[in-house]
Design a protein. Structure first.
Length: 126
């Protein structure tokens, strides 16, 4: 079973906005060359969610892990993302697992908490 990872970001009008996500995709791909890593966008940028999923499938991926790059998952993820992913999964005939939004992941919460505490450190300790 060939595995894929779709990092799913919102999208923006400014192309520079996507650079941190592109860097992350490259880093993950470099550390896991056995996994096909892709980046897709909800709106305003390409590839779209459906196109990114189709591209992964065309590369022989049969199991796709989707990580929404949102701080919370109750809005866009539930309302806009899940229906597109469900339709694509049915059309492509592959297994797609949507994870909780990155901001809701315990490891990310811990990292953000540590960053906040670091920023609050006295100037001489920073």
């Amino acid at each position: 079973m060939k595995q894929g990872l779709l990092l799913l970001a919102h999208g923006a009008r400014n192309p520079a906005w996507a650079q941190p996500f592109r860097t992350l995709a490259e880093q993950v791909s470099g550390q896991r060359p056995d996994v096909v890593v892709s980046l897709g966008f909800l709106e305003l940028m390409t590839p779209t969610i459906a196109d990114a999923l189709a591209s992964l499938h065309a590369q022989g991926v049969t199991r796709i892990e989707v990580l929404p790059m949102f701080l919370g998952g109750a809005g866009h993820v539930q309302r806009d993302v899940l229906p597109v992913i469900e339709a694509a999964g049915a059309r492509l005939g592959c297994t797609i697992h949507v994870h909780a939004a990155i901001g809701e992941q315990p490891a990310m919460m811990a990292a953000m908490s540590q960053l906040c505490l670091h920023l609050l450190a006295p100037p001489e300790a920073a």
